[in-house]
Ligand binder design. Structure first.
Ligand SMILES: C[S@@+](CC[C@H](N)C(=O)[O-])C[C@H]1O[C@@H](n2cnc3c(N)ncnc32)[C@H](O)[C@@H]1O
Length: 223
């Protein structure tokens, strides 16, 4: 096992270029992930076909902004798959507000948050950032969004404006088909870029095929 790159603390790859994080919970896995023990350290396998952040890393995104000790607002936490890896990356000194509006998905998420001391579930609609100010009580170093809604960019900007620190990173996974199923994804990604650039700096961008078809991942930085 070796670090994937010094820009990405706590993320590793093995000899087959499979992605791992150092598991905060040692031998515990949440989704039957493969656990590999090397020199007494437990690494948990991170499947890029289940995670847009994982796919962006395998596709060699140049920056993700996440590091140990970060506070993260994670929008669209679902069952908690990618959030659990973000939890490993930020470590015990960091914290993740894991927001999800579907009570069914949130059941698994709540269970993971009970096991991971650096995660708390927030059951709320990301469209209304003012409504969870009593729960998301810290400004975030990173706002991460993976929400398949028509107004994905608007939701992202509202949350970055409310919760992201100046100089903080915004990570946005875009699902083209949720914005407009009739148009070419590449046209939609271009329009998303133009819209984002009005408000926030874009650091990098990757399309995620073949891991996630018709998805793109934007890394942004608040001025
Ligand atoms: C693609 S899934 C997220 C997968 C997750 N990020 C991962 O990688 O493990 C998108 C999630 O966004 C949630 N979602 C959609 N619209 C939302 C909204 N307005 N507010 C909060 N969550 C929302 C859905 O319920 C769904 O669970």
């Amino acid at each position: 096992m070796r670090p994937i790159d010094k820009r990405f603390p706590n993320i590793f790859v093995d000899y087959k270029n499979r992605l791992f994080t150092k598991n905060m919970l040692k031998r515990v896995s949440h989704f039957d992930e493969n656990i590999v023990i090397e020199k007494g350290i437990a690494y948990r396998e991170w499947e890029p076909r289940r995670s847009k952040l994982g796919a962006a890393l395998i596709k060699k995104i140049s920056q993700i902004g996440l590091k140990e000790g970060n506070v993260v607002l994670y929008l669209g936490a679902s069952h908690g798959y990618t959030p659990s890896f973000v939890s490993d990356i930020v470590g015990k000194g960091g914290f993740i507000f894991a927001l999800e509006f579907s009570p069914e998905s949130a059941r698994d998420l709540v269970h993971i948050c009970e096991q991971r001391s650096n995660m708390a579930p927030v059951i709320a609609n990301a469209n209304y950032p003012e409504e969870y100010k009593d729960k998301v009580v810290l400004q975030a170093d990173v706002v991460y969004q993976d929400i398949a809604q028509k107004n994905q960019v608007e939701i992202f900007m509202k949350n970055c404006n409310t919760y992201l620190k100046s100089g903080g990173f915004g990570l946005l996974a875009i699902k083209a088909r949720s914005i407009d199923v009739t148009r070419r994804p590449s046209d939609i990604f271009r329009e998303v870029r133009i819209e984002l650039e009005k408000h926030i700096a874009i650091v990098d961008y990757k399309e995620l095929n073949p891991y996630e078809k018709d998805h793109a991942f934007f890394v942004c930085k608040k001025r």
